[in-house]
Design a protein around this ligand. Sequence first.
Ligand code: GLC
Length: 479
Amino acid sequence: MKKILFVGAEAMPFAATGGLGDVLGSLPTAIHEAAEGEADVRVVMPLYSAVSADFRSQMTLVQEYEVCLSWRRQYCGIYSLVKGGVTYYFIDNEYYFKRDSLYGCFDDGERFAFFCKAAVDMLGVIGFYPDVLHAHDWQAALSLVYLNGKYRQVAGYEAIQTVFTIHNIEYQGKYDFGILGDVFELGEEDRELVEYDGCINLMKAAIVCADRVSTVSPQYAKEIQTPEYAHGLDGILRQQAEKLCGILNGIDYDYYNPGRKGAVAKTYSWRTIPAKYENKAALQAELGLPQKNDVPMLSVISRLASHKGLDLISEMAYDFLSEHEVQLVILGKGESGYESFFEGLQQAFPDRVRALITYDRSLANRIYAATDIFLMPSKSEPCGLSQMIASRFGAIPVTRETGGLYDSIKGYWEEKGRMHGNGFTFAGYSAAELAERTGAAVALWQDEEKRKKLIGRIMRTDFSWKTSALKYLEMYASL
Ligand code: GLC
């Protein structure tokens, strides 16, 4: 039986801020199921204050020990619970993790160094030595550095194979060399490993340390070897290219499910598409928009960050809304410039636009269920989950051909009455192209016959984890 340990900073439903949490909350179970009893999959993450009392009451305390990092001596408690066939471990230390937010603290470097050291120590403390330690994103990068540096001579740790997955290359964990020893407990002999462009770069170190490096779509695996996408790391990725691959994410088919009672006003499937319009009416009522089904509802559900392509939406929105009879719902928060832009847009079109500046998972579900056309014109997108969720809910995606969007959504076309593709796509980073494709989606939507056919195709596209979980198992087996 293969033993696999995921190390990462967040996992649904315990604590999450974005896509990484979705993946760590659903991929481990998918791997467990795909291995049909041949894999023991476990996950370790911090015990943040955000983890609910309900989950805490289901946990058992496994061990308590002291974690040493440089001159620091810190308490560490390991709690665990089993969910979906996967054992989740939670690293408890209130000094580091009893905070209002998961990240964004001045001492994130120290907090995640502690987390990584505690996670690697945990293996010996609980006597679980995985065949594969699979670390995710920069917050888990030091687990690979510590493992390769100090632990390889310790019994149990010698043969652990390692994988590092890049979910977003923009966030690398860059620090000044001043904290090399004092915070990260690294010495002069580690300088070359962690150094990139004159500072400490934790992601770079993990890329070098890992036996395999993966990212969350095949296209992004190519893109991050180029300067345009790599945020400076293309050189090292080209150098390590033989161990790099891309595996497309899936989504949690139980959670993101228009057939799940309680998630939507009226459940539906690709066989009962008209029931989708009851969800649209319900959301229009909830948001105080006119209840018209013949007006297509467009939506954007996204962190309001510039790489999500919001510049393009801002640039085309006023003209598009003036020229087309559509409703537009925006859900998300982030950069204040975008927040105020969308609030302004709602003021300009009070009976057609709603700007919901918040992060709310259950509201997101209701919006996906109500949406006719989903906009996701990202500038870069490692994988992107929203286009898959939108598809599952029968919203027609309009996406830019980049990263995982390129791999998951193919532009619609017709030949001899046969339909191809599962959305509307464009290549250039241009508001004109976005407006043109969105207009084409609106035009198709107005044609009831074609609308039904395309939505049926889209809803049946397989974005479950099945295929990708098998690819991860293949990768583990090849180590
Ligand atoms: C990051 C990426 C996103 C990806 C997710 C899960 O949030 O930005 O594209 O889908 O990680 O891998």
